[in-house]
Write a protein that binds this ligand. Sequence first.
Ligand SMILES: NC(=O)c1ccc[n+]([C@@H]2O[C@H](COP(=O)([O-])OP(=O)(O)OC[C@H]3O[C@@H](n4cnc5c(N)ncnc54)[C@H](OP(=O)(O)O)[C@@H]3O)[C@@H](O)[C@H]2O)c1
Length: 282
Amino acid sequence: MVKDQNIWQILTFGRTLDINELIANRKILEAFSLKGKNAIVTGGNKGLGRAISLGLASAGANVVIAARDLEASENVAKEIKKIGTDSLAVKTDVSNQKDVKDLVNKTIEKFNRIDILVNNAGVINRPRQAATEIPEEIWDWVIDINLKGTFLVSREVAKSMIENKKGKILCIGSILCEIAQAWHAPYVASKGGIRQLVKALALEWAPYKIHVNALCPHYFRTDFVKKSLEDPERYEQILKNTPMGRVGEPEDLIGSSIFLCSEASNLMTGQIILIDAGYSLP
Ligand SMILES: NC(=O)c1ccc[n+]([C@@H]2O[C@H](COP(=O)([O-])OP(=O)(O)OC[C@H]3O[C@@H](n4cnc5c(N)ncnc54)[C@H](OP(=O)(O)O)[C@@H]3O)[C@@H](O)[C@H]2O)c1
């Protein structure tokens, strides 16, 4: 019982709660609540970022949508307000340092504090190309947005999280954080870089209680992989290679995102978690 109480003390952030009381009163779910938290989601105006933004708002967070297409971001901000929390759309290119500083300033101006950052913005080199044919500009474009962008936004947000001695940073990686794929060298390199960046930042910022983790999807139905999923042969191959036999829907990422942005995951940092229906297992 003493051992159990220690575990529950950790889960409830030092508050001593009896395990029976927790279960009887359903209090454990309070640890998953994001009520009163302020979040930034990069690339929150469509696809996975939109689903994560709506999910965080449903769990109680105010959400700032940061992407280049301001009109699309404002539309998601409206959806969030309908859920009942506050939202702001800020035109942001994550690879541009000035934009990133502006994003952080505007967020603090409106919400005073940043509790959560989701680094979700990302691009992939298209068409698929042999590494020997990939132009330097395409390499720079993918690395600048996916890897440098993740660093720039994390760095700027962490400055205020360090002052608050608290924060949750969630990066949306890819199964390609762990495994490789031909024809997408810059994308694979950028996601492999995110894997190590998450670990480096988690180590450096652990003393400030800033948690840095990554969720890594396989194929999720968004514009990002639309072409592959619409090609019957490719789609069949993907399903064949997926032990659970299906691709992800954007909403499949919501539960794990809320968990990693909430107090329920307070002992997790530097983790690379695959959400892939078993794709990477064989
Ligand atoms: N869907 C999948 O199967 C899958 C699998 C593994 C990993 N992922 C990862 O999940 C993340 C989201 O992908 P998705 O499927 O939702 O793709 P998506 O529908 O194409 O959305 C990409 C998002 O990134 C934003 N973005 C792109 N460049 C940006 C920049 N320079 N600055 C700010 N925002 C930028 C876009 O907004 P703007 O164009 O308005 O800027 C958009 O909101 C990406 O990091 C991707 O690598 C996706």
